[in-house]
Design a protein. Structure first.
Length: 418
């Protein structure tokens, strides 16, 4: 039996093994879009534009005769030591696998904050492990960690930043530290910055006087400032404006580029489709012959991750627990808002990957909803969520790696036997 103190390490090793087995032979090579590896190389040589351009140049931004990575740069910054040692041979897939396993271990530590405080009523250690399984295997984190690529690696890094943020917020809740964590999340996935209501609401509860609350707010802003100023300077140096990320010139598929050119990057026009995709968008069904396949534009969380419905269990009058739930809902709503107006539902994905911008907070709500007493039907919903994402992994893998998932192991066994 693993002790609570040893459980983070156990979970890290277990999920490192699961994600590594899922990635398979791809652990030693680049993903379909290893842009952060190339960006890290550029940074090491004092460039903001790419020295070498990956082929094909999916979602790179051509500007003034140069190629840029528009996405926020934190994953590339984390890769700097690896690229300094091994150059472009660094596998972004292996990087994502390690960070993904670390995410789950960190999330266990976040849940530990709740188990140690009787006001949160999460007492069953087995329920905590089930919640870690939900995040690690019952959400898009599984395939994002195992497949790498510029889009998915950013999500994996952002989940880690959110876990660090929640760990501090549910602990000492020092505004300077929570602001720094949110700023780091912004440098991986920009919407993460909008998760500030959690620290803000708890800060207001902790500090009664106007001056104390004002000081809390100023320190929170100060913590966010380095990331915001740094990203603004980065944008200005590349594209001449602190608010310009370069997405409008991105080398995107014609369909997506046309949508953006017609309605802009953010528009109310996209709200109905994004709400539909977030909640109930079904898989594709053909009747002759009968075949059900995932919709690459996304599928609703109620279908692919039904365990999240446990977050809707009423809190009642529960003091601090109810306040935390309110703060979590506010944070989730704000983080989700930009994606609801975005011109892209997430493109090639299983389920709804943009939810990873807030999913650690959503799983915390599940924990608070069940009160740590995870009954059989709760475990069943988590199991369905895991099976759904296993389907997603098996469906996505050949499209990213050129072979059926199990085929790589058949070939490896054949080589060993001969």
């Amino acid at each position: 039996m693993v002790s609570r103190r040893g459980m983070p390490l156990f979970l890290f090793i277990a999920f490192l093994a699961i994600y590594s087995l899922t990635a398979g032979v791809s652990l030693t090579r680049h993903s379909l879009a290893p842009h952060f590896v190339y960006l890290a190389e550029a940074f090491l040589h004092g460039h903001l534009d790419l020295i070498h351009v990956p082929n094909p140049p999916y979602d790179l931004t051509p500007f003034a005769g140069r190629w840029y990575v528009s996405f926020p740069p934190l994953p590339a910054l984390l890769m700097l030591p690896l690229v300094a040692l091994r150059g472009l041979a660094v596998s972004d897939i292996a990087f994502s696998v390690v960070i993904g396993a670390l995410d789950v271990a960190l999330f266990y530590m976040v849940l530990g904050r709740l188990t140690r405080d009787p006001r949160y009523a999460i007492r069953d250690p087995r329920a905590v492990v089930w919640l870690c399984v939900l995040l690690g295997l019952g959400t898009p984190l599984w395939y994002c960690a195992a497949l790498g690529s510029v889009w998915y690696t950013a999500h994996v890094v952002a989940v880690g930043c959110l876990c660090l943020y929640a760990l501090e917020t549910l602990g000492r809740n020092r505004p300077l530290v929570t602001g720094l964590c949110l700023g780091l999340g912004f440098l991986a996935r920009a919407p993460v910055l909008l998760a500030f209501p959690l620290t803000l609401v708890l800060g207001v509860q902790q500090h009664r006087g106007f001056q104390e609350r004002l000081r809390f707010l100023l320190l929170l802003a100060l913590g966010m400032a380095p990331a915001l100023v740094g990203q603004g300077a980065y944008n200005w140096a590349r594209f001449g404006s602190p608010l310009e990320f370069g997405y409008r010139w991105m080398n995107s598929p014609e369909l997506l580029a046309g949508r953006q050119a017609t309605w802009g990057q953010f528009s109310l026009h996209f709200l109905p489709e994004n709400l539909y995709t977030l909640t109930i968008r079904p898989p594709l069904v053909s009747w002759s012959p009968l075949r059900i396949t995932p919709d690459p534009w996304g599928m609703g969380l109620l279908l692919t991750c039904p365990a999240l419905a446990l977050a809707l269990i009423p809190a009642g009058r529960e003091g601090r627990r109810a306040g935390v739930r309110l703060a979590l809902w506010l944070s989730i709503g704000l983080v989700q808002l930009p994606s609801l107006l975005y011109f892209n539902t997430g493109s090639y994905q299983f389920g709804y990957r943009f939810a990873l911008d807030w999913l650690p907070l959503g799983v915390l709500l599940v924990g608070l909803g069940v009160g740590g007493r995870l009954r059989w039907w709760g475990k069943a919903l988590i199991s369905v969520s895991v099976l759904a994402h296993l389907w997603g992994v098996l469906w996505m893998y050949p499209n990213f790696n050129g072979q059926v998932w199990h085929q790589q192991y058949v070939e490896l066994l054949s080589r060993l036997l001969h």
